[in-house]
Ligand binder design. Sequence first.
Ligand code: NAI
Length: 449
Amino acid sequence: MVKICCIGAGYVGGPTMAVIAVKCPAIEVVVVDISKPRIDAWNSDKLPIYEPGLDEVVKACRGKNLFFSTDVEKHVAEADIIFVSVNTPTKTRGLGAGKAADLTYWESAARMIADVSKSDKIVVEKSTVPVKTAEAIEKILTHNSKGINYQILSNPEFLAEGTAIEDLFKPDRVLIGGRETPEGRKAVQALKEVYAHWVPEENIITTNLWSAELSKLAAIGKDSRIGPKFLNASVGFGGSCFQKDILNLVYICECNGLPEVANYWKQVIKINDYQKSRFVNRVVSSMFNTVSGKKVAILGFAFKKDTGDTRETPAIDVCKGLLGDKAHVSIYDPEVTEDQIQRDLAMNKFDWDHPMHLQPASPSAIKQVSVVWDAYEATKGAHAVCILTEWNQFKELDYQKIFDNMQKPAFIFDGRNVVDAEKLRGIGFIVYSIGKPLDAWLKDMPAIA
Ligand code: NAI
């Protein structure tokens, strides 16, 4: 029986391994993590991440050929194929800070593999990493090899949160890069055989190591999961990957003497940041240039619908902007916990991608923030509603009831183009929809931005 071990039980490691296990009953898959709360949650009825369809897949194979464990070393030692799916946040200090990927977690995983391995291993780079990381990892492993043969493969992940299970069941493509040597080709073939259980052969693309690494970053414009499914007019894009991958690209361009190209990509991030502050300015300027002491309801906190992930969500910047202007914010999101929201609003930018156990203990709750479990509760007595995530349920709300319970004039700032603006105007709301013509009211207000 082939044994797979995946280091990192996060948004990528968990769903990817669950799908491999369900599609390959003859393969034993163990997902390991240093975070005990995360592993405990994977072994419980309330999984640590929300993804449509994930519960069913995990239930179908957990305890049969899918296991979650904190015994990292034991399972790494026993595995034939090791996926490394640890977090690779943007560096916060030192060389390349704010742009380059921080490979601390990756490197420590690689050193641990070298320490505990007693048999030959295929090590699969699943995390998004700078081009040529595989070569660096190969050096760490081979210099500490004790006679063991390691084959490094690059198998970048293209899943999108919110549709992870669907994407994994029917990937546009699976990309596998390896060394162009007989052993390298054998390793590529071994991984290909795993995916071939459910992915058509023509969708499994094999190439060399660095081409696979580069394709993850350079696929930005070509990937159907990015285009219209992700880049719609909105309060700004978020998520753990897109910004980080662009910053990686900036760093590569700078290191290769292409400052103009680097600047081009930097502008994408700048415009996205501008879009968030512009939204806050719109809210404040429309409400007579002050939100001080006013209740503003926030509908949606996750970075997009169908996920509870809040990393780099524009909601953090918007809430911080409103809090800076002394608003009281009342937040409702169907999948994000109060603890997570308080943590996000207390945190500095860039701290979010470090594992929970390395984050500060629960910060003291911010007084002006309340988190409620119902959209009607959030909007009761509010002066304004900001829609920051495109959850389908926000389309179905009883807006007449919401209007009746709000302060007047009642504003809706729709950061995701979710609501039918004309219908809401009919009820009496003053509506701002991203990228759409302004209400007469809003046109008359002195715009800050
Ligand atoms: P995550 O932060 O949800 O999960 C990473 C996990 O690795 C954490 O639970 C952490 O405790 C664990 N970990 C870190 N060091 C470890 C070690 N030495 N031993 C055992 N466990 C360790 O991260 P996520 O979102 O799953 O991302 C993983 C990688 O996949 C990143 O490089 C990311 O850029 C990439 N990626 C993420 C996508 C997404 O949609 N989230 C999509 C495609 C790629």
